[in-house]
Design a protein around this ligand. Structure first.
Ligand code: IMP
Ligand code: MG
Length: 177
């Protein structure tokens, strides 16, 4: 049964699979000879990260962090609270932060500052989606899956009030506003 709130599909399952494979290959080339630590931001990035990691062919580990940003269900405020911190240390490690989506960029800016002071050997960002029109801060993820227009999207890990993460594609959510 199709949910009426789920609108236009922006990224189809086969496009997701193809791009994730490409990103994995690119990351493999870039990190050749180095060990990698993938840092996933719960919960949305879990789906993307687990697919991506299976296409990365350098020794790698994974750890997770959970953050909540104050604000409405569709707008983050940039005031971020850590709900779950990493289990591992970042000291001297090559860190790749994996995010589902960069919207205003405020959450990512906070993460980069917070993790940056833990002395990683390097730190880059891989985001499945970015909304360039919404970006409020100067940051550019090293790896981006797709640039999308300024619409609220769900699926492939992305939620609206915790629902729709299970959709195998990325689609626009029709909101009443
Ligand atoms: P930012 O701090 O504005 O960049 O927002 C980052 C977080 O807001 C993301 O990690 C998502 O959890 C959430 N978010 C932003 N845009 C969307 C969207 O279109 N759909 C679902 N979640 C979103
Ligand atoms: Mg989220």
């Amino acid at each position: 049964m199709r949910d009426a709130a789920v609108g236009e599909i922006l990224v189809q399952p086969d496009e997701l699979a193809r791009r994730v494979r490409e990103l994995g290959r690119q990351i493999t080339r870039d990190y050749e000879g180095r060990d990698l630590l993938l840092v996933g931001v719960l919960k949305g990035a879990v789906f993307f990260l687990s697919d991506l990691m299976r296409h990365i062919d350098v020794p790698c580990e994974v750890d997770f962090m959970a953050v909540a940003s104050y604000g409405s269900s569709t707008d983050s405020s940039g005031v971020v609270r850590i709900l779950k911190d990493l289990d591992t240390t970042l000291e001297g490690r090559h860190v790749l932060i994996v995010e589902d989506i960069v919207d205003s960029g405020l959450t990512l800016q906070y993460l980069l500052r917070n993790l940056g002071v833990r002395n990683p050997a390097s730190m880059e960002v891989c985001a499945l989606l970015t909304k360039p029109a919404r970006l409020k801060v100067a940051l550019e993820p090293r790896y981006v899956g797709f640039e999308i227009p300024n619409r609220f999207v769900v699926g492939y890990g992305l939620d609206h009030v915790e629902r729709y993460r299970n959709l195998p594609y990325v689609a626009v959510l029709q909101t009443e506003e």
